[in-house]
Design a protein around this ligand. Structure first.
Ligand code: NAD
Ligand code: DAU
Length: 363
C-alpha cells in the first residue's frame, strides 16, 4: 500500500481513521476525498492537515469523471470508503439523497477503482477496496430479556445473518454492500467489508444521540427520548473502530465480511441517565440536577428495537477487541465536548459551512 484514498475523511469516523493512518504510516500517502456536506468539517483534521503524507481533496463520490482523474493523479492502490449520508432521521425525510450518495456514489467509486486497477501494470495485485458499513443492514433483534442485565436477548448479528434493512439509510447501506460484493464476485475486485455498531467519541455531529444530549444537558434544553427509551444499541468508542479498520485493511481476508462491535449493549434511557450523571458531575451540578430535562417524544418511524453485534470472528481471526471500557469512553467523550465548546458552537451555528462556501467559491 502506498496511495490510500479515504472517502468521508472529514466526517466523524473518517477523521479518526485519517488521523490514525497519517500518524502510523508516514510512508503512505493519505488522500482524503470529502464533499464537505453539513457533516464534513475540516476542523476535525486540524492537527494533521500540515503533515507531508496528507492531502485533502474536496469532491463528490458521485462525480465519476472526477474520481477517474483522482485515481490517475494519485495512482490510488487502496480505498477506505466511509463517505455516506449517515443519519437515520434524515433518511426518513430525504431518502433520495441517501440513495444517491450511498448507492450511486459507492457504485461510481467501485467502477473508478476497477477501471484504474484493471489498466494498471499489476492489475488487482496489491490493491484493496475496503467498504465501511453498518450493523443496521441486518435489521433488528428481539428484546427477550428486557428487564435483565445486558445482553438484552439471546440473538446477535453475525456475518451470516440475512440482510433485512428497515430504514432508508440502512436500505441504502445494504444496497452498497451488495454492490461491493457483486464487484468482488463478478470482476474479482479485491474487496472487504465491515459492519459496525454505534460509534461514540469526539467530533461526532450533534444530530446523533450522544453529542446532541451532552450539548442539550449543558445548555439546559429538553432531551428528546424517542418512544419509551427502551431501544437497545451496542456502543463502541470510535478510536477502537479506527483500530479495527486498520487491522482489517491490512490483515482481513479478501471477499470477507467482518462484524465490529463493543459487546456493550445499552437501553437508550439507561445510557441517557449515565450521560446526565456524567455531565452534571463534570459541570459541578448536584446529582439528578438535569433528570427533569428528559422529554419523551413520538417514536422514530420504523425504529429498530435492538442491535447487538457478535464480533468474535474479528477476535478469532485478527485478534481485535475493544480496548476501552465504556465508563472510561463516556467520561472521555463528555469531557471532550465540554472542553471543546468552540467546536460545538461552530458546528451548531453552521459557521463552518459558510466558511467552506467562501473558500471554495469559483473552484
Ligand atoms: P458522518 O456523517 O459523520 O461523515 C460522513 C462524511 O462523508 C462527511 O465528512 C461528509 O462530508 C462526507 N460525504 C457525504 N456525502 C459525500 C459525497 N457524496 N461525496 C464525498 N463525501 C461525502 O458519518 P460517520 O458517522 O463518520 O460514518 C462514516 C461511515 O461509517 C458511513 O459510511 C457510515 O454508514 C458508517 N458507520 C457509521 C457508524 C456510526 O455509528 N456513526 C457505525 C457503523 C458504520
Ligand atoms: O448502528 C450503527 C448506526 O448507528 C450507524 O450506521 C449510523 O450511521 C449511526 O447514526 C447510528 O444510528 P442510530 O440511529 O442508532 O444512532 P442515533 O444516534 O441517531 O440514535 C441512537 C438511539 O437513540 C436510537 O435508538 C434513536 C435514539 N434517539 C436518537 C436521537 C438523535 C433518541 O431517542 N433521541 C434522539 O434525539
Amino acid at each position: 500500500m502506498k496511495n490510500i484514498l479515504i472517502t468521508g475523511g472529514a466526517g466523524f469516523i473518517g477523521s479518526h481513521v485519517a488521523r490514525l493512518f497519517v500518524r502510523k504510516y508516514p510512508d503512505y500517502r493519505i488522500v482524503n476525498l470529502d464533499k464537505l456536506t453539513y457533516a464534513g468539517n475540516l476542523a476535525n483534521l486540524a492537527d494533521i492537515e500540515a503533515e507531508p503524507n496528507y492531502v485533502f481533496e474536496r469532491g463528490d463520490i458521485c462525480d465519476f469523471e472526477a474520481l477517474r482523474s483522482l485515481f490517475a493523479r494519485y495512482d490510488i492502490d487502496t480505498v477506505v470508503h466511509l463517505a455516506a449520508e449517515s443519519h437515520v432521521d434524515r433518511s426518513i425525510v430525504d431518502p433520495f439523497t441517501f440513495a444517491r450518495t450511498n448507492v450511486m456514489g459507492t457504485l461510481a467509486l467501485l467502477q473508478a477503482a476497477r477501471l484504474h486497477w484493471e489498466a494498471s501494470a499489476g492489475g488487482y495485485g496489491g490493491k484493496r477496496f475496503y467498504h465501511i458499513s453498518t450493523d443496521e443492514v441486518y435489521g433488528a433483534l428481539p428484546l427477550t430479556r428486557p428487564d435483565g442485565e445486558p445482553p438484552y436477548g439471546e440473538e446477535f448479528f453475525t456475518e451470516r445473518t440475512p440482510y433485512a434493512p428497515h430504514s432508508p439509510y440502512s436500505a441504502s447501506k445494504a444496497s452498497s454492500d451488495h454492490f461491493v460484493r457483486a464487484y468482488h464476485d463478478t470482476y474479482g475486485l479485491p474487496a472487504v467489508i465491515s459492519n459496525c455498531s454505534n460509534n461514540y467519541g469526539p467530533y461526532q455531529f450533534p444530530e446523533k444521540l450522544i453529542p446532541l444530549f451532552i450539548n442539550n444537558i449543558r445548555n439546559r434544553r429538553p432531551l428528546p427520548v424517542y418512544g419509551r427509551g427502551e431501544n437497545v444499541r451496542d456502543w463502541l468508542y470510535v478510536e477502537d473502530h479506527a483500530r479495527a479498520i486498520d487491522c482489517i485493511l491490512h490483515s482481513g481476508r479478501t471477499g470477507e465480511t467482518y462484524n465490529i462491535g463493543g459487546f456493550n449493549e445499552w437501553k437508550n434511557i439507561d445510557l441517557i441517565r449515565v450521560l446526565i450523571r456524567t455531565v452534571d458531575r463534570l459541570t459541578g451540578q448536584p446529582e439528578g440536577h438535569s433528570l427533569g430535562l428528559v422529554t419523551y417524544v413520538t417514536d422514530r418511524a420504523g425504529h429498530d428495537l435492538r442491535y447487538a453485534i457478535d464480533s468474535s470472528k474479528l477476535k478469532e481471526e485478527l485478534d481485535w477487541e475493544p480496548s476501552l471500557q465504556f465508563e472510561e469512553g463516556i467520561e472521555r467523550t463528555v469531557r471532550w465536548y465540554l472542553d471543546n465548546q468552540a467546536w460545538m458552537d461552530n458546528v451548531t451555528s453552521g459557521a463552518y459551512e459558510k466558511y467552506y462556501e467562501e473558500m471554495y467559491r469559483g473552484r
